[in-house]
Ligand binder design. Structure first.
Ligand SMILES: [Zn+2]
Length: 308
């Protein structure tokens, strides 16, 4: 079914936090010559197959609180809610976001394996084993740390979080070698998959080119992806992709303001903090939950219109 779902981009391609994302929105488009959302949703919808898994990589550790954040896991959960109607889901995250993901998957009633990256990397040939044993055909990273060109993961303050994050980059690298579909969602330039617009991150994002950690090589992530969704807030990019795939793949999409409130509150109850303030308040990247709920309703209305 061909439907133009790119109208959903208007909801999340907004630089809500004033991070200097406008050139990146354009860069993600230029990198593939079409709407990243349209392309990602089309390829994802056509890859859905009950015999193959979709791996969702998420979780961004916060340096000062040693916890996960409210941005990322809710987006991952809503993607899982839609995709799990057709594919098994396997979630890869770190110890700081594991409980959060567990709770959110219960909220959206998805049964999925959650694998800790810290355990995974201890196995020999872990990337190959993970992809083979789980029959992974598609990888989606949402708000997941991505290493810069010298292998350091950073937060947006330009400081290293490498000792906390666990390293999922090699999964994307192995998937690239195998030609598996790789979709990434981020909102800062330091996330896995942002390598697709690395030069723009270096040029336009604070600490993009020179960080504050001893590596001095900038926060710009090096590993790219096939389709990059740059969002003002990553969750919104995840919701929009989930809605777009639901339209193109003829799957149910039920995320609404009420579920949004439940997911963010459950994430906080499971230990998540706001990534900007570091507080356990009802915020997502510094944005009040009420505002996030408005964006969610906008996506839902567009979904309903596109389904007609
Ligand atoms: Zn650094």
């Amino acid at each position: 079914m061909h439907v133009d779902v790119s109208i959903l981009e208007q909801v999340y391609q907004v630089d809500i936090l004033g991070r200097g994302l406008d050139p990146l929105f354009a860069g993600a488009y230029d990198a593939i010559g079409e709407s990243p959302l349209q392309a990602a949703a089309r390829e994802l919808a056509s890859s859905l197959d009950k015999h193959e898994s979709v791996a969702i990589l998420t979780g961004f550790p916060i340096l000062w609180t040693l916890s996960g954040e409210t941005d990322g896991p809710p987006g991952a959960a809503v993607l899982a809610q839609v995709i799990s109607h057709r594919n098994p889901i396997v979630v890869v995250t770190d110890r700081y976001s594991k409980q959060i993901m567990q709770r959110l998957l219960e909220e959206v009633r998805v049964e999925a394996r959650i694998i800790l990256i810290e355990n995974l990397v201890r196995m020999p040939n872990w990337t190959t084993r993970f992809l083979d044993e789980n029959h992974v055909k598609v990888l989606i990273a949402i708000e997941r740390p991505g290493a810069n060109r010298v292998g350091v993961h950073h937060n947006l303050s330009g400081l290293s979080i490498t000792h906390l994050s666990g390293n999922t980059d090699p999964l994307f690298a192995e998937a690239r070698r195998r030609g598996l579909l790789r979709i990434a969602i981020g909102d800062g330039g330091n996330e896995l998959g942002m390598g697709l617009v690395e030069q723009l991150v270096r040029r336009y994002i604070p600490y993009g080119n020179v960080c504050r950690c001893p590596c001095r090589q900038g926060i710009a992530a090096a590993e790219g992806c096939d389709y990059l969704l740059i969002a003002g807030v990553s969750n919104l990019g995840g919701y929009a992709l989930a809605a777009a795939v639901a339209v193109l793949g003829n799957l149910p999409y039920v995320h609404d303001a009420e579920q949004e409130a439940r997911l963010v509150r459950s994430a906080i109850a499971a230990g998540a903090v706001d990534g900007v303030t570091g507080a356990a308040d009802e915020l997502v990247d510094g944005m009040p939950l009420t505002r996030s709920m408005q964006f969610v309703e906008k996506i839902r209305r567009l979904y309903q219109r596109l389904r007609r």
